[in-house]
Design a protein around this ligand. Sequence first.
Ligand code: GLV
Length: 326
Amino acid sequence: MKPNILVARAVFPQVLTLLEQHFEVTSNQDDVLWTPAQLIAKLQGKQGAFTTGSQRIDAELLATCPELKICANMAVGYNNFDLDAMTAAGVLATNTPDVLTETTADFGFALIMAAARRMAESEHFLRAGLWNSWRYDMFAGSDVHGSTLGILGMGRIGQAIAKRGAHGFGMKVIYHNRSRLDAATEAACGAAYVSKQDLLQQADHLILVLPYSPEAYHTIGAAELAQMKPTATLVNIARGGIVDDAALAAALRQGVIAAAGLDVYEGEPKVHPDLLALPNVVLTPHIASATMPTRLAMAQLAADNLIGYLVHGKALTPLNPQVVKT
Ligand code: GLV
């Protein structure tokens, strides 16, 4: 008998077809946003779940889903998983690393450039019919090439951004991370390790690429923003909650820093109203990995994790490999 799985959100039809070859699939191609109680109801009798960042998998849910063996997240981040609770319940967690690294790094760079060169603000001005002459300082922003790029969080995506900055834009690249990279990796990235304080004070463009954890909550708040250059840009492609969005809005309004680019928000899809009202912040709806080839690769990897584990006993990218299939 085929195992039962739940695909919690809409997914590429070809990935659904693949899953249907191996599983009895309950899908959600209408992309209904289920409440936690609806998700629990849908998970009854399922051995596997194909999840995205919008399904919280915690102890309360796991207690009601004793047959569940694996949740395969279609995301590299997994802050929707309570990993300890999943491990305790014997439920394997998987994510989708590597396949989105370069695409996400491209987008991080796009936000740096859009914020620094005031692209969204000037485009709105043009569309509003306000452009009637050239002026020497019209939408003058800050240079990206040759400037200092600061990276907070130097995993795969941070390193891919560093390479773009150092090798493509001739930037001085500095980074801060929980642990320092080895010398060969630093050299390949063209990046130098600095303290968090030096990073804040020296970066012309600071990009956040650290994973979310409770300790990362409000890593950038009013005190950190006050240490940055008044000409600096801040970009967050990591997770909402790493930046204190209210403090950032105040800093942007008061000229504490010049501009920001955000793809993630505290409490998304809600966006802090103060940010929505500001011209000097570029706001995108959590799309850093959103190209068709990359999203397909992510979905395929999540599906391969489900097939690997439930059919062949081994997942490709497990987060808690200490869980063994029973
Ligand atoms: C997107 O935010 C991801 O974690 O893949």
